[in-house]
Design a protein around this ligand. Structure first.
Ligand code: ZN
Length: 476
C-alpha cells in the first residue's frame, strides 16, 4: 500500500484538461483507490512526500526497438530504405547477457523521462528461436517498467521489397528472410505459451514487420495467434512512400487492403499501426472503423525524410493516436519529451490555426493514447479511481516548470528529463527522488562500454561504404 501525500494532481483524463488540485493518492494492490484532499496514513503504508511535486499519468513509449540500443548515432542522414539495409547488416547484441544490458539501458533512459510503459518491437537474433525473447523479458522485469514485447518477424527477404539493386554479398547476407510462415508462427505460439501464468506487467504482443515484408500466410497466422492468445498486434505501416509502393508490388494491393484481406483490420483486435505517414483518407476511415490505433513517431519520421503523418485527420476521424521514439537507431533518444514536443510542433503548417495539433492533444497521445494500446481498456483512465497506478511525479521547482503557468503546455514545450523526480509503476516506485531503484546505472554503462568497444571500429569502417550511390541509382 502506498500513500502519495500532497501532490499537485493532473488527472489527465480529458484532452485539454488542465485542472490542478493538491491531493493525496492512495494506491492499493497496484491500483489508484482514493484521490482525496487528505488521507490519513495507516501502519505499513509506504509514504511518498510529494509536496511541491506534480503527479501526472505515466508517459507511454508505444514504439521502440530495444535491440537498436547500440546503434545510436551510427547510420545517420539516410532515408529509411538505406538505413534499414545498414541496420540489418549490423550485428545485434550477440548473447543473452548483452541483450539484457542493452534493454536495461534503454529502459533507464525511458524511466528517467517519465515513461512507465513501453511497446518493444524487438528484433531477435533468430526469429524462430522462442528462447530469444527471455533475456528481453527478464530485463524489463528487472527494470520494473510495464512492457509489451513484440518479436519483429517477416518471412519475405528484405531486398526483394527494394526498388533498387543491391550487391550480391548484401543479398546473400540478408537471405534469412526466407523462413516459412508456419515455422515463425509455431515459434510465436511457443513464446505466447511461455508467458502464461507469469506476472502480467511484462507481456507479449505480435509484431509483423510491415505488410510488404510479410506474406499473406504470415499475416493470417498473426490474426490466428492474436485470437488464440488474446494478444495485441503492432506493425510498421506505410512509413515511407517507397514502403507503400512496395506493398502494391508484393501483394498487388494497398497496405490497408492487405490488412482487410488477412482479417487484421478488425474491431476484435488491439491493432496498432506504427507511422501511417502515407495513408490516404479512405485508409484513415477504414482504420478508424476497425478501432485500430496509430503510433506517431515524429522524430524518426523527420530524421528518415518520410515527412509528417496526417495526425489532424487521424484525430478527427476518431483514431486513437499514441507516440513512440522508434528506438535509438532512428529516434536518437528513448526520452519521450522529444516526440511529445514534436507531435504538436510538427503539425502547424495549416493557415487555419484551429486545426493545429495542440499541446493537450500531444500530451494525451503520450499518456492515455499509449496506455490504450498497452492495456486496451484497462489503463487509459489517467489518475482516476481504479486505474493502474502508473504515476510520474514531476519536480515543480525544476526550471522548465517554473513558474507553473500551464502544466500541459510546459510539459509539451519546456520539460525534459530533469523535471522527473519519481516514477511509479503498478504502485511501486522504480525511480525515487532522482535515483534508479532496481539496478546500478553506472555499472550498467561501464559493462556495455567494455563489452561493445571492440565493435566500434567495425561499425565506422562499415559506414564508409558508398550507400547513397545505390539509392541514387534507384530504378524508376
Ligand atoms: Zn520502428
Amino acid at each position: 500500500m502506498m500513500l502519495i501525500k500532497g501532490a499537485i494532481v493532473h488527472r489527465g483524463s480529458a484532452a485539454g484538461e488542465n485542472h490542478l488540485s493538491v491531493k493525496d493518492i492512495l494506491v492499493e494492490e497496484g491500483l489508484v483507490t482514493r484521490v482525496e484532499s487528505s488521507i490519513e496514513p495507516a501502519p505499513g503504508m509506504e509514504i511518498i512526500n510529494a509536496s511541491g511535486l506534480i503527479a501526472i499519468p505515466g508517459l507511454v513509449n508505444a514504439h521502440t526497438h530495444s535491440t537498436h540500443g547500440l546503434l545510436r548515432g551510427v547510420p545517420a542522414d539516410l532515408p529509411l530504405e538505406l538505413w534499414m539495409l545498414q541496420s540489418l547488416l549490423l550485428p545485434l547484441p550477440d548473447d543473452a547477457e548483452l541483450s539484457k544490458l542493452v534493454v536495461l539501458a534503454g529502459a533507464a533512459e525511458m524511466i528517467r523521462s517519465g515513461v512507465t510503459a513501453v511497446v518493444d518491437h524487438v528484433r531477435l537474433p533468430n526469429q524462430t528461436e522462442p528462447a530469444g525473447i527471455i533475456p528481453v523479458v527478464e530485463a524489463y522485469q528487472r527494470a520494473g517498467i510495464r512492457a509489451k514485447v513484440a518479436p519483429l518477424v517477416r518471412d519475405l527477404p528484405y531486398v526483394s521489397t527494394l526498388p533498387f539493386d543491391v550487391p550480391s554479398w548484401v543479398k546473400e547476407k540478408l537471405e534469412d528472410g526466407r523462413l516459412s510462415a508456419a515455422k515463425i508462427g509455431s515459434a510465436l505460439d511457443e513464446m505466447a505459451g511461455w508467458f502464461k501464468g507469469r506476472p502480467s506487467r511484462v507481456g507479449m504482443m505480435l509484431g509483423p514487420s510491415t505488410p510488404d515484408r510479410c506474406s499473406a500466410d504470415l499475416l493470417r497466422k498473426t490474426k490466428e495467434l492474436a485470437d488464440k492468445h488474446s494478444l495485441g498486434i503492432t506493425m510498421h505501416f506505410v512509413e515511407s512512400r517507397r514502403s507503400s509502393d512496395s506493398c502494391r508490388k508484393v501483394h498487388g494491393r494497398s497496405a490497408v487492403a492487405v490488412l482487410e484481406d488477412t482479417g487484421l483490420l478488425s474491431p476484435d483486435l488491439n491493432l496498432s499501426l506504427v507511422h501511417a505517414v502515407h495513408i490516404d483518407d479512405p485508409g484513415i476511415d477504414a482504420v478508424a472503423a476497425a478501432g485500430a490505433s496509430v503510433v506517431h513517431c515524429p522524430v524518426s519520421n523527420l530524421r528518415l525524410g518520410n515527412g509528417p503523418a496526417p495526425v489532424r485527420r487521424l484525430l478527427d476521424a476518431g483514431v486513437n493516436v499514441a507516440l513512440g521514439t522508434d528506438g535509438l537507431g532512428t529516434g536518437g533518444s528513448e526520452s519521450m519529451f522529444g516526440p511529445l514536443r514534436m507531435a504538436s510542433l510538427l503539425h502547424r503548417n495549416d493557415p487555419d490555426y484551429r486545426k493545429w495539433v495542440t499541446a493537450a492533444e500531444a500530451f494525451r497521445m503520450a499518456t492515455l493514447g499509449g496506455a490504450a494500446i498497452v492495456s486496451r481498456g484497462g489503463q487509459s483512465k489517467g489518475l482516476e479511481l481504479g486505474a493502474r497506478a502508473d504515476i510520474v511525479l514531476l519536480d515543480g521547482s525544476s526550471l522548465p516548470l517554473m513558474p507553473l503557468n500551464n502544466l500541459v503546455e510546459q510539459v509539451a514545450y519546456s520539460a525534459d528529463s530533469s523535471c522527473v523526480r519519481t516514477v511509479i509503476v503498478d504502485g511501486k516506485a522504480i525511480f525515487l527522488n532522482g535515483k534508479m531503484i532496481a539496478f546500478d546505472e553506472q555499472g550498467l554503462m561501464d559493462e556495455i562500454h567494455s563489452r561493445w568497444r571492440h565493435r566500434i571500429r567495425h561499425l565506422v569502417t562499415f559506414l564508409e561504404e558508398p550507400w547513397p550511390s545505390l539509392f541514387l541509382d534507384e530504378k524508376k
